[in-house]
Design a protein around this ligand. Structure first.
Ligand code: XMP
Length: 516
């Protein structure tokens, strides 16, 4: 008998929303895993399975290259929720029929709930949902009934309640489906009878147990601490598990935000009493970056140097056979690649998770099964300082990718000052709520200004204020005019070397969030 928490298996059939489904399930306090159809039976066998969700996907069940889903999934004796393509596959496999819809339904649609039971318990009447389909179910399999309809889709939700088979044409996982969260909660709570006990306390306990299993009674772990949320929370969990047998290395690459190194030392060494080794490598990084202006080259130089330094420093811990990393679940999920081919490299991302295999250390990854929002929740639960838990994402190459052109010590210090003003003013005004990132960028543009009676010829800084939910797409964020005035006034008056501030009003795509 497995000691795993009881959970749901989500089979990815190619939709872009699979991770969203998993996040909704986790938010409801239920443990879940994502897998591809080929591995679904094997993964289900290794879980304490309480239910199954079959995701949507871009294919038609009649396509030659449609994902092949093992029909045995419907014989696992657990409730199943099929969403869009998952619905089509389920209904067709059980003897129903699926046809191309006469009218394609995309986006916001109103459905009428005909029976407020099961998936729709306490949800009745009309509700707005998000649709995105070309096919729809025409003839129901035996034992199925219709629970909801829309104008163009007579079977918007169907079920065989006795067998626990439910299927919806709409996407309950997206926030545009107004009662979608309740639909998922009903599936988990009322249909699967899952108790919603996947909470920070049990997550931490489970990870600590796994760490003990890996490192044993006397194993020692080295962890690269970046000061970002992921490595910080990984350090907290590891420290709770093995105390002084955790050794953290923090590389100060001279490209950090103002006060960042001090905040890390304060929190981890002084407050939490961890063994923290701070490597003062600013000059070394700046030396390697001298004359480098190409953004990709900068990223490569910094990534390489980081690995070299980490390798050298890790040698000091001779007994440490384990390497801690803050790898997250989205980095390890296997997904169905429906489009094939390679995606273009826009930027070569670097973070401390990207250490090479040849360090010859066994990996310990306490966040490997968690999403970013869960990591923050756990950070708060473990009492990690707010300034670290709520920190904005910060690129591994640091301020180097926010200084357009060559990086020098003078430019770093100009940008640190301007950025600190931008950040503190936005936070003091409470305008950071709802923003993904807000920072300053130093441009290789000098312009003429006048201060008192004197002419100035100094640098320009741009403010980058963005809204986003995952960094993949973003829009520029709106700030009140008085706040922008205050930020610009303070930067120009207080940062010697900057005499002009501009506002970046570009969305991603086609721009990116960082300038390099
Ligand atoms: P872009 O500039 O690609 O950034 O639109 C998307 C998000 O990723 C962050 N970013 C990085 N994060 N290592 C990281 O860990 C990196 O090298 C890196 N580059 C960009 C960026 O801050 C934004 O949130």
């Amino acid at each position: 008998m497995t000691t795993e928490p009881q959970g749901v298996l989500i089979v990815d059939l190619g939709t872009q929303y699979t991770q969203l489904i998993a996040r909704r399930v986790r938010e409801a306090g239920t443990w879940c895993q994502i897998t591809i159809p080929e591995k679904a039976l094997e993964t289900a066998a290794g879980m304490n399975l309480g239910g199954l969700i079959l995701s949507g996907g871009p294919s038609s069940v009649y396509d030659e290259d449609a994902p092949e889903v093992p029909p045995e999934l419907l014989e696992l004796d657990v409730p199943v929720l099929g969403i869009c393509y998952g619905m089509h596959w389920m209904c067709r496999t059980l003897g129903g029929s699926v046809v191309p819809s006469e009218t394609r339904e995309y986006g916001r649609t109103s459905i009428r709930i005909m029976r407020s039971e099961g998936l729709f318990a306490e949800i009745g009447g009309h509700t707005v949902v998000w649709m995105s389909h070309g096919d729809s179910v025409e003839r129901l399999p035996e034992g199925f009934e219709t629970f909801a309809e829309s104008e163009d889709c007579p079977h918007a939700a169907v079920a065989n309640g006795d067998r626990g088979f439910w299927a919806v044409q709409f996407h309950p996982e997206v926030s545009h489906s107004v009662r979608g969260r309740e639909v998922i909660d009903n599936f988990l709570g009322r249909i699967c009878n899952l108790s919603g006990d996947w909470k920070p306390g049990s997550i931490v306990e489970r990870e600590i147990k796994k760490i003990h299993e890996i490192v044993g009674e006397d194993g020692e772990v080295v962890l690269g601490l970046s000061g970002g949320v992921d490595s910080s929370v990984a350090a907290m969990i590891l420290h709770k598990a093995i105390g002084p047998r955790l050794h953290c290395i923090f590389v100060d690459n001279g490209l950090l935000r103002k006060g960042e190194r001090e905040a890390v030392e304060r929190e981890f060494a002084q407050h939490l009493g961890m063994d923290l080794r701070v490597v003062d490598a600013g000059e070394r990084f700046l030396g390697k970056l001298a004359g480098v202006t190409d953004p990709e080259r900068k990223r490569k130089v910094i990534g390489y140097e980081f690995v070299e330094i980490f390798r050298e420093e890790a040698k000091a811990f001779k007994n440490a056979g384990y390497l801690g990393q803050g790898t997250l679940y989205p980095d390890v999920i296997e997904s169905v690649n429906v489009h094939g081919g390679n995606t273009a490299v826009i930027k070569s991302h670097h973070n401390v998770g990207g250490l090479p295999d040849d360090l010859d250390m066994e990996l310990v990854e306490p966040l490997r099964e968690l999403f970013k929002d869960e990591v923050r929740v756990i950070g708060r639960y473990l009492g990690l300082a707010r300034e670290i838990v709520d920190r904005q994402p910060f690129p591994g190459p640091g301020l180097a990718v926010r200084i357009v052109g060559e990086v020098t010590a003078e430019k770093v210090s100009l940008l640190q000052e301007a950025d600190a003003i931008c950040t503190t003013e936005i936070e003091a005004a409470g305008e950071h709520q709802g923003l993904w990132q807000y920072f300053a960028v130093l441009l290789p543009v000098q312009s003429v200004g006048v201060m008192g009676d004197n002419r100035t010829y100094e640098s320009t800084c741009a403010l980058r204020i963005v809204e986003s939910s995952d960094g993949m797409t973003a829009d520029w964020g709106y700030l009140p005019q008085e706040l922008l005035q205050r930020i610009s006034g303070r930067i120009i008056n207080q940062v010697r070397g900057i005499n002009r501030v501009v506002l970046d009003i570009s969305s991603k795509p086609p721009s990116t969030i960082e300038w390099e």
